[in-house]
Design a protein around this ligand. Structure first.
Ligand code: DX5
Ligand code: ZN
Length: 226
């Protein structure tokens, strides 16, 4: 099992739980599972690679059983300085995949191998300032099965989509065979354009959870893009 199986032909919308209502986290996940959502994006910030400390293994352990019981997976986006240090605990807490940043390490091969050694699928992410061809070389060395093109500066949900991201996604799509994920400012209004550029996994935080009805929002975004 891995990214190819999880996404399928059509692609997928992955709600970013960072933007959820944490007083009702289980309820919101349940409702999204019932609506057919099977990939949940879990944003981990260490207060160093990005300014905020976000959510981590304690929360992951609470939600993993319900997601796995429904056949879903948890995609952990590690916005941290030392990703490999965290892999064993993420694996034992229920993570299915870890995506680490090009900007966080100069050892893609070692870090990718460390993730696979504990049974995690591997994604590689890169920031808006990073040169696409450099990210591709890094992802290949890491043996990544997913490439994540950030369409915001990582740190917070609710930022606007950086329009130049579409050119970067298209450039990436011409260079890699692995599925492309896009993260930041994606919603109903731009998902079709992002898809046309070559992305297949669409992270959506605010667009889902800032809506009074997150399930309806999820369905609208999915209908517009996958
Ligand atoms: C930001 C995170 C994103 C974020 C996306 O640092 O990596 O996953 O939660 O949220 P939206 O969709 O609101 O930009
Ligand atoms: Zn993210």
């Amino acid at each position: 099992m891995g990214w190819d199986t999880w996404i399928g032909e059509k692609g997928a919308v992955a709600p970013s739980l960072y933007a959820a209502d944490f007083t009702r986290l289980g309820e919101q996940i349940d409702a999204l599972l019932a609506a057919g959502c099977r990939i949940f994006h879990f944003d981990v910030g260490d207060g160093h690679f990005i300014p905020p400390v976000t959510i981590g293994p304690v929360v992951l352990r609470s939600i993993a059983p319900m997601i796995h019981a429904a056949g879903g997976v948890i995609d952990c986006h590690l916005m941290v300085t030392d990703p490999a240090h965290h892999f064993p605990e993420f694996a034992s807490s229920g993570a299915d995949s870890v995506t680490f940043h090009v900007e966080a390490t100069d050892d893609p091969r070692g870090v990718g191998a460390a993730a696979r050694a504990v049974g995690l699928a591997v994604g590689v992410a890169f920031n808006p300032v990073t040169v696409v061809v450099d990210a591709v070389a890094f992802a290949e060395e890491a043996g990544a099965e997913l490439a994540l093109c950030m369409s915001i500066v990582p740190g917070y949900s609710g930022q606007p989509f950086l329009p130049e991201s579409c050119v970067r996604i298209a450039e990436l799509a011409a260079l890699v065979e692995v599925p492309i994920q896009v993260d930041g400012g994606v919603g109903e209004e731009n998902i079709a354009t992002v898809r046309a550029a070559g992305a297949r996994v669409f992270v959506a935080g605010n667009a889902v959870f800032a809506d009074p009805d997150p399930v309806a929002a999820y369905r609208r975004i999915a209908a517009a893009g996958v």
